[in-house]
Design a protein around this ligand. Structure first.
Ligand code: TRP
Length: 451
């Protein structure tokens, strides 16, 4: 194992894994996707289901995925092949790697489009266009921007180019600085926004109730699948991103401790975003269920009313864009690592290849909000909705379930004991969950939804 030997080096690497994994987890999923899905799926019950999925299924599978990565030390595809062999199991299990790489392409493709929207809002904010804007005007600005296919693709391309550039330079220094300084800054600005929502909207309690008081009459099975998909999405789980990062993790770091830290941080950012957005929704008479535009319509209203809001707003969307970049890099990593191993090419070429393919696929999502809005694929859904649904609600939970089954039933005991040596207390609980609870949980939700 290529562990760093100096004490300082070890610390830095241990920290680096947490930073990289947190950078992967915290992104558009927390600030953009969580609130709009909560809004579409009735609020409280959705949030409850999401939290249960995070801690009961998500964290244990997060542990599994880090463990597999650290035990394998290669790209997810090759790690899975090797670990299956070492455990005397069928090479079928490398399907986890392949499925994951495919899901990575699909997610990255639409992720880059939405991240492009966020980047364009940096400029919108800075230009002062949103000063003193009302709800109707904010909705119009968003509708007009997304209707403009050329500019959407321009921002989409710029974001993808930046992602390729950073990924090409390696998952090292650039990422570390970004996450270490910009993530705390993002948290601070979110807290400023929560204070604004609490003090200035007059609808904070309504927002709180919407998010935290479950109305079981509005429960439906489809929301359960969406909540589970979001739990996987927000933790970057089920497709090998965390496995790829785990491959670079030093042996002495506690996997269970790290996984829990990441999940708590990630969940806090999502809940804070909800606490910012829903009071704004109610104060301005907006629709909770308006979909992917929710964050882009509500936040400008708040920034537009704050003193100095155009500056805060520009900074906020800059930080969101950076959070998106540290996530999109991890979406690429399984495929990039595999290309580097397989074709013996440089990281730069690998990142370029993966990025360009995802960019082409992303055009479909970019056009789903304008010239391609009438084109439907699966069950009347647009290209964007289809990509999102298949990857997040089907492929990630399926990948996660396979990961749980593999670590729970197939992986050699000796490997598990080595990896979780520092986590003895939780070992049995984790085993119970990966063997029974997580696979059954995912199966039950699938069966309820698709049968
Ligand atoms: N978790 C990120 C977010 O919430 C998105 C992301 C990064 C992701 N890597 C992933 C989602 C891997 C699924 C799988 O924005």
């Amino acid at each position: 194992m290529s562990n760093v030997t100096s004490a300082h080096g070890m610390w830095s690497s241990k920290m680096m894994f947490i930073l990289a994994a947190a950078g992967s987890a915290v992104g558009l999923g927390n600030i953009w996707r969580f609130p709009y899905l909560a809004g579409e799926n009735g609020g409280g019950v959705f949030v409850l289901a999401y939290l249960v999925c995070i801690f009961l299924i998500g964290v244990p599978i997060l542990v599994s995925e880090i463990l597999l990565g650290r035990a394998g030390r290669q790209s997810p595809i090759n790690s899975m092949r090797m670990l299956a062999k070492q455990s005397g199991a069928s090479s079928f299990w490398q399907v986890i790697g392949w499925l994951g790489a495919l899901a990575g392409f699909m997610i990255l493709s639409f992720y880059a489009v939405i991240a492009g929207w966020a980047m364009s809002y940096v400029v919108e904010m800075a230009s002062g266009n949103f000063v003193s804007i009302n709800a109707e005007q904010a909705s119009t600005v968003f509708a007009e921007f997304t209707a403009d296919a050329v500019s959407v693709v321009g921002w989409h391309s710029l974001f993808m180019a930046l992602t390729i550039y950073i990924a090409a330079r390696g998952v090292g220094k650039g990422l570390e600085t970004t996450v270490r300084y910009l993530m705390p800054a993002l948290l601070v600005l979110l807290l400023v926004l929560v204070s604004y929502s609490a003090l200035a909207t007059g609808h904070f309690v309504e927002g709180l109730k919407f998010l935290f008081s479950p109305d079981f009459d509005s429960f439906n099975v489809d929301s359960l699948l969406v909540a589970m998909g979001q739990a996987f999405f927000t933790l970057s789980l089920g497709m090998g991103a965390i496995m790829a990062y785990g491959a670079y993790m030093p042996k002495d770091a506690s996997i269970i401790g790290t996984a829990t830290t990441i999940a708590l941080l990630d969940t806090s950012v999502a809940l804070l975003s909800g606490l910012v957005i829903f009071p704004l929704v109610f104060a301005n008479g907006l629709e909770t269920g308006q979909g992917p535009g929710l964050m882009f319509v509500t936040l400008p209203i708040a920034f537009g009313q704050m003193p100095g809001g155009h500056i805060f707003g520009a900074i906020f969307f800059t930080l969101v864009s950076f959070a998106a970049i540290t996530s999109s890099i991890s979406l690429m990593e399984p495929a990039v690592a595999w290309v580097v191993e397989k074709l013996d090419s440089s990281r730069a070429k690998g990142a370029m290849l993966v990025g360009v393919i995802a960019w082409i696929l992303g055009l479909g999502s970019a056009f789903s909000f304008n010239i391609g809005a009438d084109i439907t694929l699966l069950a009347g859904m647009t290209f964007f909705d289809t990509m999102d649904y298949l990857s997040n609600n089907v492929m990630l939970p399926l990948g996660g379930m396979l990961i749980a089954v593999f670590t729970g039933w197939v992986l050699k005991d000796q490997l598990i004991e080595e990896e979780l040596a520092g986590d003895k207390v939780w070992l049995n609980l984790w085993r119970l969950i990966t063997r029974f609870v997580a696979p059954t949980g995912v199966m039950v939700v699938f069966v309820m939804t698709f049968l």
